[in-house]
Design a binder for this molecule. Structure first.
Ligand SMILES: Nc1ncnc2c1ncn2[C@@H]1O[C@H](COP(=O)(O)OP(=O)(O)O)[C@@H](O)[C@H]1O
Ligand SMILES: [Mg+2]
Length: 387
């Protein structure tokens, strides 16, 4: 587990320890404030965040999202509980270790971009590397690279005010990535952007993550954004965790009326992507497999067809009948029996597959940006997710 959040309580006020028992006993946030003058930030939060995920924390304003994410780099210390990163409780880190942790392991992207107005774009991106003690030429080389990755080459010598909001946030993202952190903390990073630009930024983050495979903690008050981006989503309300799961879990099994009410406004066909409706293939084989071995594999799984992969790229499918033919013809492999299949990109909106699903009984392969095979599009999942 990359990050483990264990029994976190956070009370704001002058004597939080004194009121901790009330928080544990479940005293209501408003009631606690009235009787103690203390604000309940978080109550008994437990999360397991796996490496390589986009983990979304979602909730309305004041629900405790920023309080929680600031625990992850110890900008906030809990009243009680543990934050364990790569097996280490970050509360036990010395000043030195914490400094190192913040410079190398985590980066934050802020809602209001947080760029230095009197420094150029390239200097802004290189800033964290300067703190790491990286030499100027390497710093700039890396900054150029990351600006290119977020689609901003050519803007290196401009100043933040010369760029649009969306572009400034790309700079913020490049800056956060430049120090090569394992963990990216994004607190409402896209909330200040216009809907169209916001959508573009979401697409870009998904595409970057596909390559980078970071652990991204992404905060939003927008459920559409949460479901679209998150591998998992945690929903907070008044400092409490009220549901946690994959976007599918949340859409299909909202745990209470509060979550249900949120879901009513979600346009599922638009929010969910093809990637949410994948099923894994029963049988995969490579092109050089002998017909006998292919036959064994199919029979073992009781499958009608196998999908043929060459280093994660889908070549097509071969049917049970094809393989029997190949065997009878004494072919060395099944290459000439491969049928091409329709493909669709995992990032495509779910609603975009409806026409294809209606007039196509063949399997539809889901592929990522690198054309790698991710699985078959599951008709059942599409229907369950949409209705
Ligand atoms: N430094 C602070 N002092 C007192 N109360 C705070 C402080 N920071 C946050 N809070 C309170 O904690 C609760 C959660 O706030 P926050 O984490 O900022 O919510 P969100 O990011 O979800 O909008 C709110 O009730 C807020 O007023
Ligand atoms: Mg906040």
């Amino acid at each position: 587990m990359k990050i483990e959040v264990r029994n976190i309580y956070k009370l704001f006020g002058t004597r939080p320890e004194k009121w901790l028992d009330d928080a544990k006993a479940g005293v209501d946030k408003r009631e606690l404030l009235e009787k103690s003058g203390h604000t309940l930030g978080l109550r008994n939060i437990n999360l397991n965040i796996e490496a390589g995920q986009i983990y979304v924390i979602m909730g309305l304003s004041g629900s405790g999202k920023s309080t929680l994410i600031r625990h992850f780099n110890r900008l906030i210390e809990p009243t009680e509980g543990q934050i364990i990163v790569d097996g280490k409780d970050i509360m036990t880190m010395s000043k030195r270790e914490l400094e190192d942790f913040r410079r190398h392991k985590v980066s934050m992207v802020f809602q209001r971009f947080g760029l230095l107005p009197h420094k150029t774009i390239v200097e802004n991106v290189a800033y964290g590397l300067g703190i790491q003690g990286v030499s100027k030429s390497i710093r700039h080389e890396k900054a150029y690279y990351w600006l290119d990755q977020v689609g901003l080459n050519g803007f290196e010598n401009q100043y933040p005010a010369q760029l649009s909001g969306g572009m400034q946030q790309r700079v913020g993202l490049a800056r956060a990535l430049a120090t090569n952190p394992d963990i990216l903390l994004m607190d409402e990073a896209f909330s200040a952007l216009d809907p169209l630009i916001r959508r573009e930024m979401q697409d870009q983050l998904i595409a970057l993550q596909e390559k980078l495979n970071k652990t991204i903690i992404f905060i939003t008050h927008d459920l559409d954004e949460a479901l679209r981006l998150g591998n998992r989503v945690a929903i907070l309300r008044d400092g409490e965790l009220i549901q946690e799961g994959t976007p599918e879990d949340i859409l299909l099994n909202p745990e209470n009326a509060y979550v249900k009410a949120f879901l009513q406004d979600v346009n599922r066909g638009k929010v969910l992507t093809v990637g949410h409706a994948i099923k894994q293939p029963n049988v995969t084989i490579t092109t050089n497999i002998s017909p006998q071995n292919a036959l064994k594999k199919l029979q073992h799984h009781g499958a009608d067809y196998a999908c043929v992969l060459e280093s994660n790229i889908l070549k097509g499918i071969v049917t049970h009948l094809d393989i029997i033919k190949a065997d009878q013809a004494r072919d060395k492999n099944i290459t000439r029996y491969i049928h091409k299949v329709a493909t669709i990109s995992e990032g495509a909106e779910l609603q975009s597959v409806f026409p294809q699903l209606l007039d196509n009984k063949q399997p539809i392969a889901v592929i990522n940006q690198q054309d790698e095979f991710k699985g078959w599009l599951s008709r059942t999942k599409v229907i369950n997710l949409i209705q």
